[in-house]
Design a protein around this ligand. Structure first.
Ligand code: FAD
Length: 353
């Protein structure tokens, strides 16, 4: 895969009435006082974009008034925001598309940010689409890279296309704000800086519960207790079709156990029923960023690569010296994973015990 080319936007001049749009915003995703880590990652990214544009970073924190919400506003400043728009109403206690979208479009129309970023989570995808449609502006979903195109100051939002075989860079030239969603773990987590200061703008929208057709009857956390936590694992041992048969998955789990790692897989293994889809890494699975990613019997197809290529260290084990994975792995072992995995388990087991 070649590197994405520099964005080549047309020399488009922004219409005069859109030049008042300024600042880079992140809509901070929080549920019951717990902030989704992707929002903090996006604050780090927003900081870089805002510094290039010479503007400020805004964080929008929505919810019912609570000490948790005040803590989250402080967190947003620590992670890079200059201004926090704290939007409170009892009707915003739990996420619902209608009131969140209504409030967000009002806040955007009043304060006019030039860029609005959200996590590509279930909530973020829903809200981003609703806001972009209501405001009739452009949204680029599932971005893997964000940059500023210097010629016209527009957001250059890069994302996989054609089933992941190409990367394309999209610009929203004639509309504001420019919107983008980014999957968790695609951007690096910034360092929190407790010395940072910022302003909090309190907004109390005019919402009436009786005007909202959806009602929250119950709250069920979306994360199953026993679901694989790939996104936050420091070490992942991943298996591909080269493992040959489902019984050989034990070799992968054995090594993962010794290393305190999570187990990942390629899509064909999920399709074959060797593993559940919470373990799938790649374009239609999870994006991961571990310190060490061991890929055993994996060819390195682009759809797998986009989910793991930002790992700090990739060790590939493959019998084929010409396998694509060796093009981007940091370390490669040409050999039979069925022999190498037990040898690694044995060696690490002795070293770490
Ligand atoms: P293969 O490509 O068959 O590779 C097996 C590798 O194992 C080969 O390189 C072989 O040399 C090696 N091997 C064989 N025997 C051994 C041995 N004994 N020891 C060591 N090595 C051995 N895939 C994903 O993973 N994640 C996704 O999210 C994803 N999304 C997709 C979305 C779309 C729209 C499409 C079209 C495809 C998607 N795919 C995805 C599938 C992807 O294109 C590849 O088919 C898949 O990643 C290949 O899986 P693999 O590497 O396990 O198998």
């Amino acid at each position: 895969m070649s590197e994405p080319s520099k964005p080549q936007g047309r020399k488009f001049q922004l219409p005069e009435h859109l030049k008042v749009y300024k600042n880079v915003w992140v809509i901070v995703e929080q549920e019951r006082g717990i902030v989704h880590s992707v929002s903090l990652e996006l604050l780090g990214e927003a900081r870089k974009l805002a510094d290039k544009l010479g503007v400020e970073v805004g964080a929008v924190v929505l919810g019912a008034e609570s000490p948790d919400l005040n803590r989250i506003c402080g967190d947003a400043i620590g992670y890079g925001a200059d201004i926090v728009y704290k939007v409170t109403d009892p009707a915003l206690a739990d996420y619902r598309t209608d009131p969140y979208c209504r409030v967000m479009t009002d806040v955007v129309n009043t304060h006019k940010p030039e860029i609005v970023l959200l996590g590509a989570t279930t909530l973020g995808r829903d809200l981003a689409g609703a806001i972009a449609t209501t405001l009739a502006t452009g949204l680029t979903a599932d971005c893997t890279e964000l940059d500023i195109y210097a010629d016209n100051r527009s957001l250059a939002a890069t994302r996989p296309t054609f089933g992941g075989t190409l990367l394309c860079t999209i610009q929203t030239l004639a509309y504001r704000p420019q919107m983008a969603t980014v999957r968790p773990r695609v951007m690096a987590m910034p360092e929190r800086d407790d010395t940072r200061t910022g302003r909090v703008i309190e907004i109390q929208p005019d919402l009436r519960e009786e005007d909202i057709v959806t009602k929250v009857l119950n709250f069920i956390a979306d994360r199953e207790q026993n679901e694989a936590q790939l996104a936050f694992a420091d070490i992942i041992v991943s298996a591909g079709k080269g493992l040959g048969k489902v019984e050989n998955m034990k070799l992968v789990f054995d090594l993962a156990k010794v290393l305190g790692a999570e187990v990942g897989v390629t899509r064909p293994l999920v399709q074959a029923g060797w593993a559940t889809n919470d373990r799938q890494v790649g374009q239609t699975g999870k994006t991961v960023r571990p310190k060490l990613y061991i890929a055993a019997g994996i060819s390195g197809a682009i759809q797998h690569r986009v989910g793991m290529e930002k790992s700090d260290l990739i060790l590939a084990i493959n019998t084929d010296p010409n396998a694509t994975i060796f093009d981007f792995a940091h370390l490669g072992l040409v050999g039979d994973a069925l022999k190498i995995l037990p040898a690694l388990t044995d060696a690490f087991g002795r070293r770490l015990s």
